[in-house]
Design a protein around this ligand. Structure first.
Ligand SMILES: [Zn+2]
Length: 346
C-alpha cells in the first residue's frame, strides 16, 4: 500500500512516500474498509510531523486526517452502508462506552483519538474505521471537496453552533481567513445570519473572503484588531470572536469582545500560553469556550449541509500523492486560501 509517512519527527524533509505499507487489518464486524479517493491536509498534520507532546508515533507513520473514499468492505453487523458507497470519513474516534460517549459527546471521550495523530492516517490507499465514522454522500459527490470537508467543517460547526451559539444579527470576528477552519466558520456564520468580519495579513485573501460572503475585513498587519473592532461597533464590541491563533492574537481578541461576548478557540497556532485579565472577564461576563472536533449529531448536521450543497469547502490546490510533500510546504508557508488536497485514486 502506498502512503505519505514519517519515520521520525522533524522538518518537512522527513515526509516520505512509501509503497510497502501493510494494508490495515479489518478486525471487527462493526467496521468498514474505505478505499481512499482523496485526502486533505489540516494544520494538525504539520504538528504531527514536528512532534507533539504525549503523542507517540510508530514508524512508518501514515499522515493525514481527512478523507473521502469508497467502501470496499463492510462488517457483518453494519447496517445502512454498502460496498461501493462514496463516504466522508470523520477522523475522530472514541471508545463509545464512557459516560461522555453515551451522552453523545464523543469528542470529550478520555480515549478520543484522531486519524493521523493517534491512529494511522488517511494519506494512503485504505483506512479501516468504525462504521459510525462514515456517512454516505451519493455517487456524484466530488472526492476533492469531500476530502476537504469534514475536519474543518465539523470543527467550525461545533465552535459556532454548539459552543458559541451564534444568533442571527450577531457580530462575529474571525482571525486568519484562508485556513480551513476559519473559512468554514465564515460560511457557517453567514448561514446563521451573523455579520462577519474577517482578518488576514494579506489583502488578496481579504478580497477573496468578501467574495465568499464576509461583510467586512481587517488587515491585521496594519491595525490593532481589538481597537479597530471597538471603533467600528461604536465601542460596543463584537458578540463572538473565533481565535485559534493563540498567543499572537489573544489580547486583541479580548479587546474586540463586547459584554456577554464569547471567545471560541480550537487551537493556538502561534503558541499556547495566553493571559486574560480576570477582572475584565467577570465584569464583561465573557465566556471563553474551548472546542474540538464534533460529535455524531454534529457530523450528521454538517453532512446534511454537504449533501444539500450549502457548505462547500474552498479548495486552494490539489496534488497527486507523489507531490504530497508540496502540499505540506504550502501549508507551512501559510500561503493557502482554502484546503490543500491530495488525490489518491480515481
Ligand atoms: Zn468515550
Amino acid at each position: 500500500m502506498r502512503g505519505l509517512t514519517i519515520s521520525a519527527h522533524g522538518g518537512l524533509d522527513r515526509i516520505e512516500l512509501r509503497d510497502d505499507l501493510p494494508a490495515p487489518l479489518f478486525a471487527s464486524d462493526t467496521q468498514v474498509r474505505v478505499r481512499i479517493l482523496a485526502a486533505a491536509l489540516n494544520h494538525i498534520d504539520l504538528f504531527v510531523v514536528g512532534g507533539l507532546p504525549n503523542v507517540q508515533i510508530v514508524a512508518p507513520w501514515i499522515l493525514g486526517s481527512d478523507a473521502m473514499g469508497v467502501i470496499d468492505q463492510v462488517g457483518d453487523a453494519v447496517t445502512g452502508l454498502d460496498v461501493g458507497d462514496r463516504v466522508l470519513v470523520n477522523p475522530g474516534l472514541s471508545d463509545r462506552s464512557c459516560s461522555y460517549c453515551l451522552a453523545g459527546e464523543q469528542p470529550l471521550c478520555p480515549r478520543f483519538g484522531i486519524l493521523g495523530e493517534h491512529l494511522p492516517g488517511t494519506l494512503t490507499e485504505y483506512v479501516v474505521v468504525p462504521a459510525t465514522n462514515v456517512r454516505a454522500v451519493g455517487p456524484d459527490a466530488d472526492p476533492i471537496e469531500g476530502a476537504a470537508f469534514t475536519l474543518s467543517t465539523l470543527t467550525a460547526w461545533r465552535m459556532l453552533v454548539t459552543r458559541a451559539r451564534v444568533l442571527p444579527g450577531e457580530q462575529v470576528l474571525i482571525w486568519g481567513i484562508g485556513g480551513g477552519v476559519a473559512l468554514a466558520c465564515l460560511q457557517i456564520a453567514k448561514l446563521l445570519g451573523a455579520y462577519v468580519t474577517v482578518t488576514s495579513g494579506s489583502d488578496a485573501k481579504l478580497e477573496r473572503a468578501v467574495a465568499l460572503g464576509a461583510d467586512a475585513t481587517i488587515n491585521h498587519r496594519s491595525v490593532d484588531v481589538g481597537r479597530e473592532m471597538r471603533a467600528r461597533t461604536g465601542k460596543r464590541g463584537v458578540d463572538v470572536v473565533v481565535d485559534s491563533v493563540g498567543e499572537a492574537t489573544w489580547s486583541q481578541s479580548l479587546g474586540a469582545l463586547g459584554r456577554r461576548g464569547r471567545l471560541v478557540t480550537c487551537g493556538g497556532t502561534s503558541g499556547p500560553m495566553v493571559t486574560t485579565d480576570v477582572r475584565r472577564l467577570f465584569w464583561n461576563q465573557w465566556s471563553i469556550l474551548g472546542s474540538t472536533m464534533g460529535n455524531d449529531a454534529e457530523f450528521d448536521a454538517v453532512v446534511e449541509q454537504f449533501r444539500a450543497g450549502r457548505l462547500r469547502p474552498p479548495i486552494d490546490h490539489d496534488y497527486p500523492l507523489e507531490e504530497g510533500r508540496a502540499a505540506f510546504e504550502r501549508m507551512a508557508d501559510g500561503a493557502q486560501f482554502g484546503k490543500l488536497v491530495v488525490r489518491i485514486a480515481s
